[in-house]
Ligand binder design. Sequence first.
Ligand SMILES: C[S@@+](CC[C@H](N)C(=O)[O-])C[C@H]1O[C@@H](n2cnc3c(N)ncnc32)[C@H](O)[C@@H]1O
Length: 285
Amino acid sequence: MAVRRARRKPHYTARTADRHVLYQLAVQAPETDAAFYDRWFRKYTGRPLRFLREDFCGTAVLACHHVKRHRDNRALGVDLHWPTLAWGRIHNVKPLLDAEQQTRIELRQANVLDVRTPKVDAVLALNFSYSVWKTRDALRAYLENAYASLRPGGLLFADAWGGPDVLQQKTDKTRHRGFVYEWEQRAYDPISHDIVCAIHFAFPDGTRLRDAFVYEWRLWTLAELRELFAEAGFVDVDVLWEATDQKTGGGNGVFYRTRRGGMDEAWIAIVVGRKPERRPRRTAR
Ligand SMILES: C[S@@+](CC[C@H](N)C(=O)[O-])C[C@H]1O[C@@H](n2cnc3c(N)ncnc32)[C@H](O)[C@@H]1O
């Protein structure tokens, strides 16, 4: 007779915990996200998403799940930070992918501004990472480079966040198995829209990993993002808005295309832009 074992609660402490493990558990849902972007890509283009580039990929766990989904799927993950990519190779690429699947993923240490090849079907810029650029010119340069990296008909997806709640100085705490995830909104300047946020982890033994990740960003509005997508050449620039869970009042993970958002306290949305199939023709004068 099979004996059912209760799943043991992981025993994390500040000394033993790995910040990337905790980040992946608390912040990411890579399997769901890989399916989500494939589904939206199909909706826009009528074909499956085969070649994905994950910009600011960090540990590249989403890229790994994209590769796992289909034998023709390929992924390129790009990140500046070599140690994080190395962690991703050891903890995600090797355990999640077999030898053949590993030939379909490339992790490249580079500035995303310097990567234009190979051309891909979709570029993802997630967890607001493009917010490191704090001027319109700098963000437009990134969007233009993403545009140049796409095959004709390809899509760029960038997530965004906002609402009055994100302007509050506060720390939200979420309990997970064996640790508490803390999201601190540390500082916000209404003149520049500069915002500083940090992630901390707290453990049952009373220890904490403070400033496990710190982000110094500009809080971009959806209006600015849509304008900059268009200036970079994208067409059909849409916003996908997250529906509300009636019980909790928070987001429910279901997104829909809309021209008008709600007056939510806090919201997450995704901006999508399409590279036209053909270059727009110059009209003769
Ligand atoms: C917020 S993390 C995002 C990790 C992951 N994409 C996710 O969705 O959770 C931001 C990552 O962007 C990387 N990064 C920041 N600026 C970059 C740049 N110019 N080019 C490439 N990577 C960059 C950092 O090294 C870091 O790993």
